[in-house]
Design a protein around this ligand. Structure first.
Ligand code: ARG
Length: 256
């Protein structure tokens, strides 16, 4: 996780961002700290990445890359505003002993790349370039399922799909193209389908350890669905970070 020390909405690269709407950096910091404490309370280890001045979106650590099976892929960002984050995340990966690998095409890390069991679900349409998917599959030696995103509000896969355990996902179907919806239905017939009210507070932007699902507290309908399915929802308020278009998962780069 990267603290929101320099968080601000200084440019708008997704429909959630409004440069005229003020952001309270102190509130953002307190909300972020509450998320970190939630992970610690659940028994997870949290590494903190050094924030860099001038990179206000660095708090969305999920986008920094993808780490699995001793391979650390570093992000290549779509927009110049975030390009400087790659070096910062590569440096952090190196400090952990990885040799970070880059892709030729745009990949926005775990924003668009989500691991379910032994498969990577990969979004394209707004940020990650579809051509990066095969690069990623080759680098990791894992199958990648390419899924088209069609609604700009759900510009990263992790805004429209949440991984709950090795074979369970939750989705907001209107965010996907028809063939992506078909593929998801075939692969995950029992997926939890969330409603618009939950999707529009980024309710699917979750981190799950297979039992506890840390999610935005405003997603109350989804929390009830999770409970009914045997998971334990843990709500956190990240309203200030929602102004940049991110929530729980965006603020968290998981290491598998
Ligand atoms: N402002 C950031 C952007 O538009 C938000 C990134 C959210 N991260 C995520 N994993 N969806 O790039």
């Amino acid at each position: 996780m990267t603290p929101p020390t320099y968080f601000a909405v200084e440019y708008a690269i997704n429909p959630w961002m409004d440069v005229d709407r003020p952001v309270d950096a102190r509130v953002a910091q307190a909300q972020w700290e509450a998320l970190r404490q939630t992970y610690l309370r659940l028994g997870h280890r949290v590494d903190v990445v050094e924030p860099v001045p001038g990179l206000p979106d660095m708090v969305y650590a999920a986008n920094g890359g993808f780490i699995a099976r001793d391979i650390a892929l570093v992000a290549r960002f779509r927009f110049a505003e975030r390009a400087g984050e790659s070096a910062a995340y590569a440096e952090w990966m190196s400090s952990l002993g990885y040799r970070p690998v880059s892709t030729r095409h745009v990949n926005e890390g775990q924003g668009d790349l989500l691991m379910v069991g032994d498969t990577v679900l990969a979004g394209y349409g707004f940020r990650t370039d579809r051509r990066a998917h095969s690069e990623i599959s080759a680098a990791l030696g894992m199958p990648v399922v390419s899924l088209e995103l069609v609604d700009p509000r759900f510009y990263h896969l992790d805004t429209a799909l949440g991984v709950l355990d090795d074979h369970t996902i939750a989705i907001y179907p209107p965010a996907f193209g028809a063939s992506a919806r078909d593929q998801l239905r075939a692969l995950f017939p029992d997926a939890i389908v969330v409603g618009s009210a939950d999707a529009y507070v980024l309710g699917l932007n979750v981190v799950s350890d297979g039992l506890h699902v840390v999610l935005p507290s405003a997603a109350t309908g989804f929390a009830a669905q999770l409970r009914a399915a045997g998971f334990e929802p843990v709500g956190v308020d990240l309203s200030e970070l929602l102004k940049g278009g991110g929530s729980v998962k965006c603020c968290t780069l998981e290491v598998f």
